[in-house]
Design a binder for this molecule. Structure first.
Ligand SMILES: [Zn+2]
Length: 579
């Protein structure tokens, strides 16, 4: 059984979703007002038997437990996976990197260093880098800043960097292992970064471990990073640490931002203790690195960015740190680099006013509640108690329990009794409570369709026949979405989370009976079947949820679904008649 299946089997979707909304029973299913859009009538449903959810209202979308968490917390699949794995007590196998010697690693650093110089020189001098120069000028970066951070530009060419490095004696295999080039399916290698603003990422010893690369137009994704390599591990990386370490130690404070550009502008304006976390949340490895420099960490957050689950984990890191983490709240709609470059005094003021993380979570929770009502009082306790349960320092915990008791005007003993019922806290619980085996229904067609698609590159021209929504399993949906963007299967593998690699390999190597010349109709058939299944299950579940939502809207949606189903049936019979 794959790790993902194991997690799905141990996690109950109703319990996870129940932490965000109050679910009510509706026959065999559960219902609540949709947590993603505002509504009066409950059109959000959880189906325990299928371990899935669906919003029949404005969202008109659904999926499994992973996709719920991704949508609710605004996180990627990998992060949702790690959160749920921890909850389920499932260990995610880390990819086994073949042992690499120190000398080999040094070769990788040297190749990346040479690439940094090459990119930097292009940015400063190449006619083709005009657009990139305009971009950095527009951001307001000075020549000194460009030199300090060694910003660069990659030519929009397939072999420019590769040729440059080969000529300087770096071996192709080193350039490949360093993630600077990639190998296509036909064995050819190509430059990974093309036509982008290059941001070298260094470790605390100043060695270039990888790159961030930003597009120079409005295309997405805005940034791509180096893949995981023996020298580059995103979850352990703190961008800017090489330049910020001394200031962090001296000022005894680190400011953690989200983006490269924020850090670069911060340093240019004299905020030299700023670093970036390479993601929306900080990781334990990053906290461990920082705590050697200072225990005073300030997270610079934009008001809505931080998900509750990510925050809850951050509370656990406070225990690792043995100190409070503070939260600097940015004015709505502003990035740190804007605030800093507009008014440094205002920024310094925000740093001073940064509130302890737990206080921030209190404020965030209470802002949405009316504490004069019994219902909202109990909601406040329900949401904040798991946070307080995660605090290991008993004095701090008592302080916040008192704060909570005072806010909801309930005596301390009642709050303490609720806390004891909660323990061990979800954040610290490694082994899950015994649960009836949950077996989500799995449809083999999802994987069959993916296998056809991945094993026969020529089918990619028909990829629009399938929509990500047709896949109920998040791991299949992730692979499909990534393949849509990836030029080939090799790059696809880099783009999906390592935790899905095992599943991806199964699909790529799946034995499909030899289909000589009828691959295309086979695939189109399968795509049609998936679409039909999707519509059918929509219709079936709508029937199950009948009577609880706006009748007119339901009727219209039903009619639309049956119209589409009829159309599919017609297409199918036409096909069968003609073949
Ligand atoms: Zn909704």
């Amino acid at each position: 059984m794959s790790t993902i299946d194991e997690i799905k089997q141990k996690i109950d979707i109703a319990e996870v979703i129940g932490q965000y909304v109050t679910l009510k029973k509706a026959g065999r299913n559960l219902t609540a007002p949709c947590p993603f859009h505002s509504e009066k009538h409950a059109s959000f449903f959880v189906f325990p038997e299928r371990q899935s959810w669906h919003c029949f209202g404005a969202c008109a979308t659904g999926g499994d437990v992973f996709s719920f968490l991704m949508k609710k917390e605004g996180i990627e699949f990998g992060e949702a996976l790690r959160i749920l794995a921890e909850k389920a007590g499932v260990v995610i196998p880390t990819r086994v990197e073949p042992g690499i010697k120190k000398e080999e690693k040094d070769d990788l650093y040297r190749a990346s260093e040479a690439a940094t110089l090459y990119f930097n020189n292009l940015l400063l001098n190449a006619p083709a880098a005009e657009k990139a120069r305009n971009y950095v000028a527009k951001r307001g970066f000075t020549p000194k800043t460009i030199a300090d951070f060694q910003l660069g530009f990659s030519l929009d060419a397939w072999e420019a960097l590769k040729t440059h490095l080969l000529e300087r004696g770096h071996s192709e295999s080193n350039i490949l292992t360093a993630g600077l080039i990639y190998q296509a399916e036909n064995g050819q290698t190509h430059d990974r970064f093309r036509g982008k603003l290059m941001i070298p990422i260094r470790d605390s010893r100043g060695r270039v471990t990888g790159f961030g690369a930003r597009v120079l137009d409005n295309s997405l994704p805005k940034y791509i990073n180096s893949p995981q390599t023996p020298t580059f591990d995103k979850s352990a990386t703190l961008y800017g640490i090489d330049l910020a370490a001394a200031a962090i130690r001296k000022q005894d404070k680190a400011i953690i931002m989200e983006g490269y550009m924020d850090v670069i502008m911060a340093h240019q304006c004299g905020v030299t203790n700023a670093i970036a976390s390479m993601g929306t949340a900080i990781t334990e490895t990053q906290v461990n690195t920082l705590k050697k420099l200072s225990r005073n960490l300030v997270l610079s957050l934009d008001a809505d960015a931080a998900g509750e689950e990510a925050m809850l984990r951050t509370v656990v890191y406070e225990n690792v740190l043995n100190a409070e983490i503070r939260v600097l709240l940015l004015p709505e709609g502003k990035d740190p680099d804007e605030v800093i470059s507009e008014d440094i005094g205002k920024w310094q003021d925000l740093v001073i006013k940064a509130a302890p993380l737990i206080d921030f979570m209190f404020a965030k929770t209470i802002a949405r509640l009316d504490l004069t009502t019994a219902r909202d009082k109990s909601l406040a306790v329900e949401r904040l108690l798991p946070v307080l349960a995660a605090i290991s320092d008993p004095i701090r915990q008592a302080h916040y329990l008192q704060k909570l008791a005072g806010l909801v005007k309930v005596d301390m003993n009642t709050i303490k009794a609720s806390l004891n019922r909660l323990k061990p806290s979800p954040a610290r619980r490694r082994t899950p409570l015994p649960k009836p085996a949950i077996r989500a229904v799995k449809d083999p067609r999802e994987e069959y369709c993916l296998a056809l698609l991945l094993q026969h590159p020529e089918l990619k021209e028909h990829i629009a026949e399938v929509s990500p929504e047709y896949f109920e399993s998040s791991e299949n949906r992730e692979i499909f979405k990534a393949y849509k963007m990836a030029p080939d299967v090799v790059l696809l593998k880099e783009q999906v989370d390592p935790a899905i690699h095992e599943h991806l390999d199964t699909i790529i190597n799946r034995n499909i009976p030899a289909l000589t010349n009828n691959i295309e109709p086979k695939f189109l058939d399968c795509a049609l079947e998936l679409r039909r299944r999707y519509l059918r299950s929509l219709a079936a579940r709508k029937a199950e949820s009948a009577g609880t939502e706006d009748d007119q809207a339901r009727l219209e949606a039903d009619m639309e679904i049956s119209r589409q189903l009829k159309e599919l049936d017609a297409r199918r019979s036409r096909k069968h008649n003609s073949s």
